[in-house]
Ligand binder design. Structure first.
Ligand code: ATP
Ligand code: MG
Length: 398
């Protein structure tokens, strides 16, 4: 018998237990839901230290046969089959354990944010325009007018800095029409976003990010210790500060100094191996992305001394990007000229620009992929395993 607390052995003794109970259990399909009343006795034999000797068993609902997916089987099904029958898959204690870790991590993040004076926000997910531009926007029909699903809460969290909230965070889905079929991309993913006002440069953002991340992982490890979670020991001890590796150094190491192009998956892996060996920390920042990469978005702040570089950074874990962040442009004239050089029409950003027109503090923040973080910390092979009902290029069900 199994419930959220794990398995409990139910024992029927020949000659002692009611023969009707034997008959009932012999024909009851696996995974049926039952209510058992009986006597609990200490037992060396069972892994929980007790056995339950039933007087009465009520069948609440019978499971259908055959099961499309074994729950207690030792043989493991492939991920596609598991996701097709996700409700049964999630009954496996080792799968549920992933979501215990996720719950504990998010609770840890919330605590860390609240301890630092952040407000939790919920920004709209149906937008007239997307923050990051065209390619990965999902269009929706909004009463006959075009609208889009939010790729990130970027513009709204900045507007709330303009609203004087000063420190905000949001944990919510983000939507990207990612046509690529990889183990790290979903079309709907959990995004943990923060934005911080009155920063003294981007270092403030990186410092708060590493503090919050360390606090969340620490808190998750402590909470899970009481839950007998098999994954808890995999959560790393987080050592801060994380190494800061300039984009240009990583490029030089890759043997393509000054190329200024985005790091691909293989580049990220190679940089990861080098960085972890060099610095002895699985977490490391890649900093100062040039505007020739995709970090050239109009809200990314350019460096005054060298406008071909931004104050944007990634945080990677052993070769996988988990966070992008940076300081944002807070000066209205520069936001407008960045919009224009990106080929965007300032008129269609009026609601956003108004936040800058009446006073905007210097600010910066980040977006962290929750599913990615859970995947890398637990060493899962696929980001889909870290999401309850993942959505990708080919999957809309269940
Ligand atoms: P990548 O280069 O890995 O595609 P990105 O740089 O396009 O990611 P950002 O816009 O920087 O993504 O988003 C912030 C974070 O959100 C990423 O660092 C990542 O952890 C997560 N993320 C972004 N896109 C996806 C996705 N399609 N599926 C899952 N997580 C994602
Ligand atoms: Mg990024």
């Amino acid at each position: 018998m199994r419930d959220r607390s794990g398995g409990t052995q139910v024992t029927l003794k020949k000659g002692v237990a009611d023969p009707a109970l034997f008959a009932l259990l012999a024909e009851l399909p696996r995974e049926s839901v039952i209510d058992v009343t009986g006597t609990v006795r200490k037992s060396e034999k069972s892994n929980r230290g007790v056995e339950l000797f039933p007087d009465r068993i009520d069948v609440l609902t019978r499971a259908g046969v055959p099961l499309p997916l074994g729950v207690v089987d030792k043989v493991s099904a492939d991920l596609d089959t598991r996701l097709n029958h996700r409700v049964l898959d999630l009954r496996k204690p080792e799968v549920r354990a992933i979501f215990e870790v996720r719950t504990a991590l998010l609770a840890g993040f919330r605590d860390a944010f609240l301890d630092r004076g952040f407000l939790e926000i919920e920004t709209p997910k149906i937008l007239r325009a997307g923050a990051e531009g065209g390619a990965t926007l999902f269009a929706v029909d909004y009463f006959g007018s075009p609208a889009y699903l939010a790729q990130s809460p970027q513009l709204y969290k900045q507007m709330l800095i303009g609203a004087g909230f000063e420190r905000v965070f949001e944990i919510a889905p983000a939507f990207r029409a990612e046509p690529s079929d990889t183990v790290r991309h979903l079309t709907e993913f959990g995004s943990l976003d923060a934005e911080i006002g009155y920063i003294d440069g981007v270092e403030d953002v990186r410092r708060i990010l590493e503090e919050v991340l360390a606090a969340a992982i620490d808190s998750a490890r402590r909470r899970l210790a009481g839950w007998a979670n098999p994954f808890a020991p995999r959560l790393p001890e987080v050592r801060t500060p994380f190494p800061r590796i300039p984009f240009a150094s990583a490029e030089r190491w890759l043997g393509r100094a000054g190329a200024g192009i985005d790091f691909g998956t293989e580049d990220e892996k190679a940089i990861g191996e080098w960085a972890v060996k060099e610095h002895g920390n699985p977490f490391y920042y890649l900093i100062d992305f040039p505007t020739s990469t995709k970090e050239r978005t109009f809200y990314a702040q350019r460096q005054d001394a060298d406008p071909s570089r931004t104050w944007y950074f990634d945080l990677d874990y052993r070769g996988t990007e988990i966070v992008s962040g940076g300081s944002r442009e807070h000066r209205l004239d520069r936001v407008i000229s960045n919009l224009k050089s990106a080929g965007l029409d300032p008129a269609s950003f009026e609601g956003y620009l108004e936040a800058f027109r009446f006073g905007m503090p210097p600010h910066g923040g980040w977006g962290l992929g929750v599913d990615r973080l859970v995947m890398v910390l637990l060493g899962l092979g696929n980001v889909r395993e870290a999401r309850l009902f993942p959505r990708d290029r080919y999957r809309l069900d269940p």
